[in-house]
Design a protein around this ligand. Sequence first.
Ligand SMILES: [Ca+2]
Ligand SMILES: [Ca+2]
Ligand SMILES: [Ca+2]
Length: 353
Amino acid sequence: MNNGGCEQICTDTFLSYNCSCEDGYLLNGDGTCSDIDECLGQDHGCEGICVNTDGSFFCNCSDGFLLNIDGKACTDINECMGVDHRCEYSCENTVGSYTCGCDVGFELNTDGRTCRETLIFTLLLSMEGTGHETHVVPRVDDGISDPILVTDGFPLGCSRHSTIYVGTNGYFAFSEFTGFTPFPFSEGNELSLVAPFFTDIDISKGSGRIVYQVHNNFSDIFSSQVAQYINVAINTNRYTNFSAEWILIATWTEVSPYNTNNVKATFFGILATDYQRSFAVFIYNCENGNATFSNRATVGFVTSDGFYANHEASYGWNPYPTLCRNHPTSQWAQIIYEISGDDPTRCISYTEY
Ligand SMILES: [Ca+2]
Ligand SMILES: [Ca+2]
Ligand SMILES: [Ca+2]
C-alpha cells in the first residue's frame, strides 16, 4: 500500500507521519480503515430503523410511517386521508396503520376492507346463546334426529308435513329417510328432501357436530332476522312480504365425508314458514379448506309431488368451489329457495355473500 501505508489519509509530521480515516471510519492498527456501524451505537438518533452504510448510515421508518425532514424522526401516515385504504365503509387511522370499519349490522370480511351483513350469521354461530333449546343429532353414521313436529304442518310443494327430521347426511327429511348416496333431484322422486349438502357424511368417528333449534316465537329477534333475511331475497324477485312463524335451523359443523377425517365442511340449513309459504336457506362456510370437500353432493330440494331444484353445484364432484365461487373475499355463500306453492321455477334467489 502506498500513501505511507495509510488506507485513507496520510498526514506528514515532523519526523514521521500519521494515518487517519475519514468520518465514519475507524483506524485499524495496520493503517487500514473500517466502517463504523453507527447503528450499533446509541447516537444515530433514528426514531425508526437505522441502516448502516459504508462510511455513514441513514434512518428509515417502518411501513405506515414517513421519515421527517430531519432525516431521523418518523411520523404516522394517516392512510385514511388518501385513496389507497380501500375501506368499503369507514377508515380509522391508527399509529403505524389503519383499520376499516363497517356500518351497524355489518362486519368486516377477512380481507379487512369489505363488509358483510351480520344479520343472522352471528346468531347462527352462537345458537346456544339464543335462549332456545339446542338439540343434538346423535353421533351415528347415516342417522337422523328425533322427529321434529310441526303442529300446523310445514308446506312443501303441494303438501303439508307434520314431521321433519335432520339427517346426518346433509338434508332435512320428511320421513325416516337415512340414505347416504346422493342422486340428482328430479320429477318423479318419491321422497321429499331439502338438502343443503346431501352427501355421505359420517359423524360417528368423533368429528363433526350437528345441532338444530326450532323457533316459533316470531317476536323473537332471531325469527324476525331470519324473516328479514329471506325478505331481502324475495323482494328482489317477488312481490310480497314474508313473516316467519316457524323456523327450523340446523348446523352441520365441521363434518367429514364417510371414511375421511382430514376434510371438513360447515354449512347451515334453515326451513322457515308462515304456514302458507315456506323457504329454505342454505349457508356455506367458504373458508377452512372446504374447497377440498370433493365428494359428490346434491344441493337443492325435491318433493314427492313433483317439485324439485338442483343447484348448479349439485351432484358434481367437488361442489364447494361452485357454491363459493362468487364471493372470493367473503366467508359465506348463500342460496335461498322457495319450497312451497306452485311456481315451477322455485329458485327465487341466488344471492351470495
Ligand atoms: Ca457506517
Ligand atoms: Ca396510520
Ligand atoms: Ca353417512
